[in-house]
Design a protein around this ligand. Structure first.
Ligand code: GCB
Length: 600
């Protein structure tokens, strides 16, 4: 799906701002409008803006409504509403008429406004953002209903994951004026041979018998290749997109209907190769070392709502520390974040919201309270359909991004549970089929799925491990943790000598300002000892190609979880991005580790 742009053929108008808001039952229509009694800002998560507890924790239908005046447009154009994301399920109405629905809270979708509705000057747009999560959705939640004394029903979701279930219209909303005959999608693929690249820019369009041309421009705006869409175009002396040294070409696509230019679009792309081989992860044929973070989209007030200042600040802080990569834990991040990462040269592990796929466990230890006997994950959940949908939409959205180097099909599923391989085999295959750039895949592994028991590892290219030696195991015992971590990593390396290993999570909750002379968890000294020990072990292993600390910053979680004090505090930064003492340690280490050839 194309990112919305403004150019000679395409217009976009922001519908962001203050919308009328209501939680609960509502039937939208021109005669039954929402009042301005309750308001909400778009984009944001409604939860923290709404303030009152019952609103913050509300589960069900969250209604947003506003009007807008129809801008003038030509008869060969049409109006499209475009949502960056609505979490988790959306229904979109214009003048009370249901125009579209979307499942999945982290990928964009569009809704066409039919011509007959555009004759009036003012349109009423109503959006329902439903935030129920259950055993069919991604992420997975435990859904229940409680009948209150007054007979009303209270909907509840207990998260099967360790982050707050922020929801609403969390990313920008735009009204697009697009040519009816238009470019629908652009797929960039290339082969690199030494200094040159053969680039193919395939174009999908809605023009009857339309034909598209492609002009490739370098960063100075010089034309480096030109031809038909789908043809092989040569870039001589191609400049590669390198880690933290990004170079982006522009594929300018022009769509003609006969002689007439009907649409145009400029897609940025980088040229880089990725290969996984002999226990190494190669970018441009050089073994790379991933330095960086598991993150969240999470900030004060906005919650998971789009916050571009925070995005750029985070990437600036990461760069300043010598980091070169991050994982979009545990859901696709905004398109704007992907574009920034392309521009700045970060490596991204791109994850779908497949988290909580473990029926007897959650990081927050709050699930299945009351369940007495173990449940078989792969018989119990019914997530397959939504899992496929999420993968399809993620690859469709992010396929051309140079920054995306690895697809994460899930985080911490029940990998040792009977049937895990049967569940994941078709999904891993599916991503490979979908991705025109044939990137490697991973499924992020949980500690219970040990090298002996895990059923998913044979299916994937890169072993991504989340381990908490020194925190959830060997709590407070650094030397015991060292032994356990080393022993396990050696086992993985021995069992899968050709698969590179990345530690996608390791970390210790730390409250800044807490100090101790001893190994006392939660203190700043303990966090330093924990990470120092982990790094010493990582450096012993040949096939160990990356470290992603959990987490970049402290973040909000289900505040009722027993082991969470106003959120998860494993961040190297606080939630408002102040550094904890440990940042110095990482800055020194990472600035001394080269992006390439660290492990030779
Ligand atoms: C994990 C999860 C992550 C949690 C983290 C923790 O394994 O992947 O979502 O936040 O542990 O801090 O417990």
């Amino acid at each position: 799906m194309l990112y919305p742009v403004l150019n000679a053929k395409r217009k976009r108008y922001s519908l962001d701002g203050i919308w009328n808001f209501k939680q609960g039952e509502y039937a939208p229509g021109v005669d039954a409008r929402l009042s301005a009694e309750d308001l909400m800002v778009v984009p944001s998560s409604f939860n923290d803006v709404a303030v009152e507890s019952e609103k913050r924790y509300f589960i069900g239908d969250n209604w947003y409504e506003r009007t807008f005046r129809v801008p003038s447009f030509e008869s060969d154009e049409e109006l499209v509403l475009r949502f960056g994301s609505v979490t988790h399920q959306a229904r979109v109405y214009v003048n009370g008429q249901l125009l579209g629905e979307h499942i999945g809270g982290f990928t964009p979708f569009e809704v066409r406004i039919p011509e007959e509705l555009t004759t009036g000057k003012e349109l009423l747009i109503s959006v329902c953002a439903n935030n129920i999560l259950d055993h069919t959705t991604l992420p997975v939640g435990n859904y229940s209903e409680e009948v209150l004394p007054d007979g009303s029903v209270k909907k509840k979701v207990s998260e099967n994951f360790d982050f707050f279930n922020y929801a609403g219209i969390q990313r920008p909303v735009q009204l697009l004026v697009l040519p009816k005959a238009r470019i629908e999608d652009i797929v960039v693929t290339y082969n690199v041979h030494e200094n040159d690249a053969t680039v193919k820019v395939a174009v999908e369009n809605t023009a009857n018998g339309g034909n598209a041309t492609v002009t490739i421009l370098d960063e100075n705006g010089e034309v480096v290749a030109k031809g038909e869409a789908g043809a092989e175009l040569e870039i001589a002396n191609v400049r590669r997109w390198e880690v933290l040294d990004a170079y982006l070409y522009t594929a300018k696509v022009e769509l003609f209907a006969g002689e007439e230019l009907v649409d145009e679009y400029e897609e940025l792309f980088g040229v880089r190769t990725i290969r996984v081989e002999k226990g190494q992860f190669l970018v441009n044929d050089k073994p790379v070392y991933f330095k960086g973070f598991g993150k969240h989209e999470d900030s004060y007030v906005n919650g998971r709502g789009f916050n571009e200042a925070v995005n750029l600040m985070d990437l600036n802080l990461m760069k300043n520390m010598g980091a070169n990569s991050y994982r979009t834990a545990h859901y696709p991040y905004s398109e704007e974040m992907m574009r920034l990462s392309d521009r700045m040269g970060f490596l991204v592990i791109d994850e779908v919201p497949a988290v909580g796929l473990f029926a007897n466990f959650t990081a927050a230890l709050s699930m299945n309270r009351g369940e007495s006997k173990p449940i078989k994950t792969w018989e119990y959940y019914e997530t397959m359909e939504n899992h496929k949908r999420a993968l399809k939409e993620l690859v469709a959205r992010d396929k051309n991004h140079a920054c995306v180097v690895l697809w994460s099909v899930a985080n911490e599923p029940d990998g040792a549970g009977e049937g895990a391989d049967k569940y994941f085999e078709p999904l891993v295959k599916y991503v490979k089929e979908l991705d025109p750039q044939n990137r490697p895949t991973t499924v992020v592994n949980i500690m219970m799925a040990t090298p002996e028991r895990d059923l998913i590892s044979p299916l994937i290219d890169v072993l991504c491990l989340n381990r908490y030696y020194g925190w959830y195991v060997n709590h407070g015992d650094i030397e015991g943790a060292r032994e356990g971590l080393r022993k396990e990593l050696l086992k993985w390396q021995e069992k899968y000598p050709d698969k590179p290993i990345i530690m996608t999570e390791y970390g210790a909750d730390t409250l800044p300002g807490y100090h101790s002379n001893w190994d006392v968890p939660y203190t700043e000294e303990y966090q330093e000892r924990f990470h120092q020990m982990s790094h010493e072990v990582f450096d012993e292993l040949e096939n160990f190609v990356g470290e992603h600390v959990w987490n970049f910053a402290d973040f909000e979680t289900n505040s009722y979880a027993l082991i969470r004090i106003q959120g998860n505090h494993k961040g190297l930064f606080t939630r408002n991005r102040n550094p904890k003492s440990i940042v110095k340690l990482f800055r020194n280490r990472w600035n001394a580790i080269p992006n390439y050839h660290y492990k030779k």
